[in-house]
Design a protein around this ligand. Structure first.
Ligand SMILES: NC(=O)c1ccc[n+]([C@@H]2O[C@H](COP(=O)([O-])OP(=O)(O)OC[C@H]3O[C@@H](n4cnc5c(N)ncnc54)[C@H](O)[C@@H]3O)[C@@H](O)[C@H]2O)c1
Length: 436
């Protein structure tokens, strides 16, 4: 039986805290697609397909034709930044998209300006901005964000809103008492508790307003018991953390292949050089630590060394990120894998991914917003594990559960969730589909 899903008619507003490289690339890209200048390559909601029924049925529609998703023609963008520059200027500063494309989108991009941000340079030490809200305490700052959300909705005539964090990676913070309950969190906000960074205030504001929230960076943000509980209470779907692009995307494509062939891995050395503002922020050891924890977590859950000690127990995994301005947004991710096969004979794999960070991340922002909006209309709330497909460090429904990192398992979970919502038979690839 298919689930009742409310209509996707009307405007969907996508709110982006942090309007730098990733944000401007998704905004400009969506405008370009809507103007027929380009195709939405890399977007699962726009280009992905879904098989229905048996293989012999030959029925594989586009996902967007199968389930009611917001039409990208009905999307409006808004957000916050610590720099008061419009999206045309911000995209130029980011240096991701070429001038020829930006010129064609100039009036629409210039019309989008960031709202004043909630920001404290204690949490992103490399940045200093002036377009910042002032208030007596963090609770008041969150209230100001809530007012921004309501004003944006009314001004832009939106039916529904979604928020996706595309701001800088904050310093590493571990969960403490203040994160455990809503009461403790609100009390902490009023007392300016140092363990409540800006990203948590945006997440709190969104959830309080009943707006789905996704976290594209590795900082805690909504990944604390208090906000997970609030999300359930307010019937809000949330997900995170850290967009899976570049090197980690490659890792979670390669590692499952080695594992299913029972090939051993002795070492996996990964290094990145990048020269955008994200790279500069990550040059600060405290922000890098947040990213490192997120990047390191993927291999263990795929290789499961405790279940496969002969193959993976001694795996040496090292991740480095270095700020290298000449590369700009064109990140280079090098991987050296020391693997071993039959009789322990050693082999090596080298991957040199010359990628474009924001080009890989932009479609994920769009997909997350559109799928979270679907989840909300389908009355799904709390952590949406089926959206793990998009994250390096997926948030799980219970803290003790290990996240799934294998991209193929993640894809199966995502598509089976969509099939389930529409009352279609789940596909388990058990091989019985050739039967009558
Ligand atoms: N591009 C990728 O492939 C990728 C992958 C995974 C995660 N991410 C994460 O996405 C985020 C955005 O990346 P980017 O390349 O666009 O970075 P960016 O530096 O170009 O943009 C981030 C923007 O956030 C703003 N900002 C910082 N703190 C803010 C706050 N509290 N409120 C409002 N604005 C704030 C900054 O001024 C900046 O304009 C980063 O956290 C990055 O780690 C990116």
């Amino acid at each position: 039986m298919s689930k009742d899903i409310a209509s996707a008619k009307g405007k969907l507003g996508i709110l982006l805290p942090g309007m730098g490289a990733v944000a401007t690339t998704v905004i400009a890209g969506t405008l370009a697609v809507n103007k027929g200048i380009s195709k939405p390559i890399g977007s699962t909601t726009q280009m992905g397909t879904i098989r229905l029924g048996k293989r012999t049925d030959n029925n594989t529609p586009l996902i967007k034709d199968f389930i009611p998703l917001a039409d990208i023609k009905n999307i409006v963008f808004g957000g916050w930044d610590i720099f008061d520059v419009n999206m045309y200027e911000s995209a130029q500063n980011a240096g991701v998209l070429d001038r020829y494309l930006l010129e064609q989108l100039k009036p629409e991009l210039e019309a989008i300006r960031p709202m004043k941000a909630v920001f404290d340079n204690k949490y992103v030490t490399k940045l200093n901005g002036t377009h910042i809200k002032k208030a007596n305490n963090k609770f008041e700052l969150a209230e100001a964000l809530r007012q921004d959300i309501r004003d944006f909705k009314a001004k832009n005539n939106c039916d529904r809103l979604v928020m996706v964090w595309t701001a800088s990676t904050e310093i590493y913070i571990e969960q403490t008492k203040v994160h455990q309950t809503i009461e403790a969190l609100e009390e902490g906000m009023k007392n300016n508790d140092p363990n409540i960074p800006s990203s948590m205030l945006y997440a709190y504001a969104a959830i309080k307003e009943g707006i789905p929230y996704a976290n594209g960076a590795p900082n805690l943000s909504a990944d604390i018991p208090a906000l997970v509980k609030l999300a359930k209470e307010n019937k809000v779907p949330i997900c995170g953390k850290d967009f899976k692009t570049g090197q980690t995307l490659m890792k979670t494509i390669l590692a499952p292949g080695l594992k299913v062939r029972s090939l051993g891995v002795a070492g996996w050395f990964s290094t990145n050089i990048l020269g955008n503002r994200d790279g500069e922020v990550l040059d600060d050891p405290a922000s890098f630590k947040t990213k490192e924890v997120s990047k390191l977590s993927v291999l263990d859950s795929i290789f499961e060394p405790e279940k496969n000690p002969d193959l993976y127990k001694d795996l040496y995994h090292k991740v480095r990120i270095d700020y290298y301005p000449p590369h700009g947004d064109n990140k280079e991710g090098w991987d050296n894998l020391d693997i071993f096969g039959w009789l322990g004979y050693k082999m090596q794999i080298k991957v040199d991914f010359l990628c474009r960070d924001s080009i890989l991340a932009a479609p994920l922002v769009l997909d997350l917003a559109i799928f979270l909006d679907l989840a909300k209309r389908a009355e799904m709330c709390g952590v949406q594990e089926w959206l793990s497909f998009f994250f390096k460090s997926p948030q799980t429904i219970k803290p003790e559960l290990l996240p799934i990192h294998d991209i193929f398992q993640q894809e199966m979970k995502l598509k089976n969730t969509l099939r389930h919502l529409k009352g279609e038979e789940l596909i388990t690839h058990l091989g019985l589909d050739y039967e009558d």
